[in-house]
Design a protein around this ligand. Structure first.
Ligand code: ZN
Ligand code: ZN
Length: 81
């Protein structure tokens, strides 16, 4: 199993005209928010990037999330498991 630390980067999107439409890796919906997150080579709504264990919204906690076995975890759960 590959455990890895994943940097989650908040990306500011301006305008939205003429740009590529990004779909959220969490809910599959189109991201039209002003801010989105780029993590694990995917784009996320800030509210959709959650810890798989405790459902904490990782976009609000900080800029770093963790990946283990395909799950996205917050720092606490990553250390715990
Ligand atoms: Zn979403
Ligand atoms: Zn958690």
């Amino acid at each position: 199993m590959v455990n890895s630390r994943v940097e989650s980067t908040a990306v500011a999107v301006t305008g939205g005209s003429g740009g590529a439409v990004r779909s959220c890796a969490g809910c599959g919906g189109r991201i039209s928010d002003r801010f989105l997150l780029f993590s694990m080579d995917r784009y996320w709504h800030t509210r959709c990037l959650k810890c798989s264990c405790c459902q904490a919204q990782l976009g609000e906690i900080g800029s770093t999330c963790f990946s283990k076995g395909g799950m996205i975890l917050c720092r606490n759960d990553y250390i715990r498991y």
